[in-house]
Design a protein around this ligand. Structure first.
Ligand code: ASP
Length: 439
C-alpha cells in the first residue's frame, strides 16, 4: 500500500501543527510520500508565509530594503525548528534566498521558497529524503505543466526512494528557473506525485473534515459529503467550492486514484472520498450545492434566428474575439442568452455589443448584470423524478425569481440563475428542501 499525503498551510502553520502531522504520518507506514505547503495562518489575523514572500520580493524588486520582511519570514521557520528541537541551521538557505532576491530571481522563485523551506524542515523532522520539486516537476516553453516529462522523471526518482518529502506548488522551466502553479497549487503537486508513484490513495489533509453539501458561510454546520465522484467535484469546485484546487483532480483521475480529504485537527474523521465512480448512493438526492455571484447575461434577439444557420457561431465569435469565455448559453426560438463573468465583461461590453451587431445583425441586445449562478449537483439526480420540480418549488416558496435554468446533458447538475441579492436565500431554500427534510 502506498499513500501520498499532502498537508495544507494551516496544517503546517507552527511546530504544534507539525507534530500533529508527524503523528498522522507515523500512524500509517503506507504514508510514504509527503507534499507540504508553506506555513499558513496560525490564526485569523495572521499572514501566510507565501504572502509574506510576495511582499518581501516586491521590495527587493524595487531595490528597496527587504531585510526586515525577510527577517520575519525567517522567524516563522526558526520557531518551527526550535519548537521541534531540530538540529538544523537555515543560515545557508537564507543567505542564498537573500542573494537571489537581490539578483531579482523572480516572483515565482520567491513564492516557492515557502514550500521549499517547509519541505526541508519536514524531511529533517520525519527522517525522509528531500526531493526538490525543481528537479522533478517541469513546465514547458509555453509555461504549461509538462505532464509526460514530470511523470517519467518523478516516477523514476521516487521508485528508488522509500520515503520522501516533495515540496508542493512549484517546479522548473526548461531554462531551470522556478515556476509556480496558481495559488493553492500544492494540491496539484500532491496529485502529480500520486500519479507518478501509482499511489493507492491521495490523502489531502486540510483544516476541514471534507466537502460540505453547501458553503458553511451560508448554511451553518452543513452536512458533510461522504463520497463524490471526480465529475461531481469538478462541477462543484468550478462553481466555487474551494476545498481542493480545481485542477488537482486531473493527474489522479487519469489513474483512477481516489482522493481522501482529511482534517489534520480531527484525524479520526473519515473525511470525504473522491472517486471515479461508485455504486454507493449519496445520502441525499443531491450531492452538493455551490454557486457564484457576479455574472452578466447578454440577451440577443433576432426574428427567425432558429432557422439561420451559423447564428450561434457568429454570436460566440463576438465574445471570442474580445477574449471573453462564456459560461452558459440557454436559448429560445428567437433568443439566445450568453452568461459571462461580470468582471471580465464590464470593460469590454461595448466592444462586444458592436461586434455582435457587426457579426450577427440581431434585432435587439439587452444586458443584465448582478446575477448569480447556483449549481445543484448530484449523480443521483438522473434516476430520480421530480428533482427539478422540488428545486423550483423551494425557490418559489421563498419568493425567489428564477432568471435562468440549464440542465447539463449529463444530468449531473442543474444550474439556476438568480439575482445576486437572492443568492444566499436560494441556496438555503434548496438545502432545506433536500437535506433538512430528510434529517
Ligand atoms: N502556498 C501556496 C499558496 O498559498 C500554495 C499552496 O498552499 O498550495 O497559495
Amino acid at each position: 500500500m502506498k499513500k501520498v499525503v499532502k498537508f495544507g498551510g494551516s496544517s503546517l502553520a507552527d511546530a504544534s501543527q507539525f507534530q500533529k502531522v508527524g503523528q498522522i504520518i507515523k500512524a500509517d507506514p503506507a504514508r510514504r510520500y509527503v507534499v507540504p505547503s508553506a506555513p499558513g495562518k496560525r490564526d485569523q489575523n495572521d499572514t501566510k508565509v507565501t504572502d509574506m514572500l510576495y511582499t518581501c520580493y516586491e521590495l527587493a524588486r524595487k531595490n528597496e530594503d527587504f531585510q526586515e520582511q525577510l527577517g520575519k519570514i525567517r522567524k516563522r521557520y526558526q520557531e518551527i525548528v526550535d519548537g521541534l528541537s531540530l538540529k538544523l541551521s537555515l543560515d545557508e538557505e537564507f543567505q542564498k534566498i537573500e542573494a537571489n532576491f537581490k539578483a531579482h530571481a523572480g516572483k515565482d522563485y520567491a513564492a516557492s521558497r515557502g514550500e521549499y523551506l517547509n519541505g526541508i524542515l519536514m524531511s529533517a523532522y520525519l527522517g525522509f529524503s528531500f526531493v526538490d520539486a525543481a528537479d522533478v516537476v517541469f513546465f514547458d516553453e509555453t509555461g504549461e505543466f509538462d505532464a509526460a516529462r514530470t511523470n517519467a522523471v518523478l516516477g523514476k526518482r521516487l521508485e528508488k526512494t522509500k520515503q520522501a518529502v516533495i515540496p508542493g506548488f512549484y517546479g522548473s522551466n526548461p531554462d531551470g528557473t522556478i515556476r509556480t502553479f496558481s495559488r493553492g497549487g500544492s494540491d496539484i503537486t500532491g496529485s502529480i506525485v500520486a500519479k507518478a508513484v501509482h499511489a493507492d490513495v491521495y490523502e489531502n489533509w486540510t483544516d476541514v473534515s471534507g466537502f460540505m453539501i453547501a458553503d458553511p458561510r451560508i448554511i451553518p454546520d452543513p452536512e458533510k459529503i461522504d463520497m463524490l465522484t471526480y465529475r461531481e467535484l469538478r462541477e462543484l469546485s468550478y462553481m466555487g467550492a474551494s476545498v481542493l484546487h480545481e485542477e488537482a483532480i486531473f493527474p489522479v483521475r487519469s489513474e483512477g486514484i481516489p482522493i481522501n480529504i482529511r482534517n489534520t485537527n480531527q484525524p479520526d474523521d473519515e473525511g470525504t472520498w473522491i472517486v471515479e465512480s461508485t455504486c454507493q448512493k449519496s445520502k441525499f438526492v443531491i450531492t452538493g450545492i455551490a454557486g457564484k455571484k457576479g455574472f452578466c447575461s447578454v440577451n440577443i434577439e433576432k426574428d427567425k434566428m432558429n432557422s439561420e444557420v451559423g447564428f450561434g457561431r457568429k454570436v460566440l465569435q463576438a465574445f471570442e474575439d474580445n477574449g471573453i469565455s462564456f459560461e452558459h448559453v440557454p436559448s429560445g426560438i428567437d433568443t439566445m442568452t450568453v452568461f459571462v463573468h461580470q468582471d471580465a465583461f464590464v470593460d469590454k461590453e461595448q466592444k462586444v455589443v458592436s461586434a455582435l451587431h457587426r457579426l450577427a445583425d440581431p434585432d435587439m441586445i439587452d444586458i443584465e448584470a448582478d446575477l448569480a449562478l447556483i449549481a445543484v449537483v448530484g449523480r443521483g439526480m438522473k434516476s430520480m423524478r421530480g428533482t427539478a420540480a422540488r428545486i423550483f418549488a423551494a425557490l418559489a416558496h421563498e419568493d425567489i425569481n428564477i432568471r435562468m435554468i440549464d440542465q447539463g446533458s449529463s444530468e449531473l447538475n442543474i444550474i439556476i440563475g438568480v439575482g445576486n441579492e437572492d443568492f444566499e436565500a436560494a441556496i438555503t431554500a434548496i438545502y432545506n428542501m433536500f437535506v433538512m427534510v430528510q434529517l
